[in-house]
Design a protein around this ligand. Structure first.
Ligand code: SF4
Length: 145
């Protein structure tokens, strides 16, 4: 997978770690591995593509997917891949346990250097909020269905 044209967070912030330090190829390997809970049989692809853009309704429509994602060990890698590829494959559907509307909310923070782990988990998100008071609240329960 090429990284050409992929928006990347601004440089100058702390060294990026975790999923941000992985290449696209490595991220894809994570989200297509047996560890990803959406791989294998028994998963209905329709669960990952709510038909509405409105956040609350989309979460309801994707509830089964979001429940699976909530326990997925590669959730952060999945979210990172989605945000890197927002303009091609990463915008639509459920990625990293978030529907499109919720990912759209956090994408601006990600683009300014917030890590997906900061954005996914409320305790870490609170710490980031204290550095950026204008930052919109993360929908704490939303991505768990
Ligand atoms: S976070 Fe959800 S969509 Fe992403 S790999 Fe895990 S189960 Fe699949």
């Amino acid at each position: 997978m090429s990284t050409a044209g992929v928006p990347r967070p601004r440089e100058g912030r702390q060294a990026r770690q975790g999923p941000a330090g992985l290449t696209d190829r490595e991220l894809v390997a994570h989200v297509t591995s047996p560890r990803a809970l959406c791989t294998g049989a028994g998963v209905d692809p329709d669960d990952w593509f709510p038909i509405t853009a409105e956040a609350a309704k989309a979460r309801s429509q994707a509830a089964r997917a979001l429940a699976l994602c909530a326990a997925c060990p590669v959730r952060a890698e999945c979210l990172e891949l989605s945000l890197r590829h927002w303009n091609d494959i990463g915008q639509h559907g459920v990625w990293g346990g978030l529907v499109e509307a919720d990912r759209r909310c956090i994408r601006e923070q990600w683009l300014t250097g917030a890590s997906v782990t900061e954005l996914l988990w409320p305790v870490e998100a609170t710490a980031v909020s204290s550095r950026s008071p204008e930052r919109p609240a993360v929908p704490a329960a939303g991505w768990h269905g």
